[in-house]
Design a binder for this molecule. Structure first.
Ligand code: ATP
Ligand code: MG
Length: 365
């Protein structure tokens, strides 16, 4: 069992009369984990997050961090002891990127030279070229600004990182990159991260645990992403999680049991590399290193048709099925660690594996 780092005990926040923003919230957040607060707009996610570092004070109830009641720690000191990343990167526009990152260490009394050195290291940690350090925030893209925001939050090496919709202002591709980078960073850093989003997909990708909030600041479910998709606690969670949840749940099961079949491949200059008679006349076109380029249809003189998603070693059932469904031939292309074609998977067989996994689960209940 992981140790609790942050605990909410019957915490209520009432800004004005009427419905509270957060209502009797009790939950325990594990040390070294990513906990995601998710829910519709106005359900109290930001309020709950900000009560952790006393940017907002609770009306009643207690919050402890590392066993210590936050009320006993001066608010300014508490705030500096935790990293905070928000939706707009919140960078100071008239300071360089490096100076922005060095802000909190400087406030903590670190020398200018050391703070700068640390800021330079952090640029690299968050995947930014060192040349960007001298620029001003407005001279960076949205995704780069968010990376600087993350670097700044990490600068004082705080054990706790609070992130309020940090990736919601960037496009989906950059967002995906930032999510993957956060997961990579977390593997090294093992911070206690509380992450707010209203996107259930982001929540299930990032969270070790997900807290689903309902309007009125009530905690509707607090569980692993797998469990929230498989067994929503009530109608509200089920509808919030959405109609693709059955499909998305496949992202939590490895596709080890799916058979990979041999496939006929050709190189673009027409040289047949290998032609077992499968694939209904479809031929997989590969480069000289056997990496997939696309498909040739059954007829003669067929053009190269772009392939679908690839199925890689260690991938989940969701990826296996997607590779087959997104492929023009209906066959999902499997590749090895080096990206070379290892064969194809078939949608019907992936579904059969899914069904037998379901039966095993039913039997186990
Ligand atoms: N400073 C404030 N004064 C009064 N009411 C507030 C204040 N801050 C938030 N609220 C109200 O408290 C409720 C919860 O707000 P909060 O910002 O915590 O929601 P949220 O879940 O973060 O929403 P969003 O997804 O839109 O960011 C809302 O009804 C909001 O209007
Ligand atoms: Mg909010």
């Amino acid at each position: 069992m992981a140790e609790a780092m942050i605990e909410f005990q019957s915490v209520t926040k009432q800004y004005q009369s009427g419905q509270p923003a957060v209502d009797e919230l009790s939950m325990s957040i594990d040390q070294g984990s990513i906990t995601v607060f998710v829910g519709p707009s106005g359900c109290g996610k930001t309020t709950s997050l900000r009560m952790i570092n006393r940017m907002v004070e609770p009306t009643s109830g207690t919050i402890t961090v590392g066993g210590k009641d936050v009320i006993t720690v001066p608010a300014a000191e508490l705030r500096r002891s935790m990293g905070y990343v928000m939706q707009s990167s919140g960078l100071m526009p008239h300071r360089s990127v490096l100076d922005n990152i060095a802000t909190v260490p400087r406030l903590n009394g670190v020398s200018k030279a050391d703070a700068r050195k640390r800021a330079e290291e952090l640029l690299d940690v968050v995947g930014l070229a060192s040349g960007l350090g001298k620029r001003y925030p407005s001279q960076l893209s949205g995704g780069q600004q968010q990376r600087v925001g993350v670097a700044r939050a990490l600068a004082a090496d705080p054990p706790v990182l609070l992130m309020d919709e940090p990736f919601s202002a960037v496009d989906p591709v950059v967002r995906d990159e930032l999510q993957q980078e956060l997961l990579r960073l977390q593997r090294d850093l093992a911070k206690t991260i509380v992450f707010v989003t209203h996107d259930i997909d982001e929540a299930t990708v990032l969270g070790d645990k997900v807290a689903v909030f309902a309007v009125g600041g009530k905690l509707a479910q607090y569980a692993t992403p797998e469990e929230i998709l498989r067994a929503p606690a009530n109608e509200f969670v089920a509808s919030f999680v959405g109609r693709d949840r059955g499909f998305r749940h496949l992202a939590f099961t490895a596709a080890d049991g799916v058979e990979v079949h041999p496939v006929p491949t050709v190189t673009r200059d027409g040289g047949a590399v290998e032609r077992p008679d499968a694939a209904d006349g479809w031929r997989l076109v590969v480069d000289a290193d056997a990496r997939p380029l696309g498909w040739e249809g059954p007829g003669p003189d067929s053009d190269l048709i772009p392939g679908g998603s690839l199925f890689r070693p260690g991938d989940t059932l969701r990826r296996a099925l997607d590779s087959a469904l997104s492929s023009p031939s209906g066959l999902g292309v499997a590749v090895d660690e080096a990206g070379r074609v290892s064969g194809v998977v078939k949608a019907a067989e992936v579904l059969a594996v899914i069904e037998s996994a379901r039966q095993v689960r039913q039997g186990a209940l």
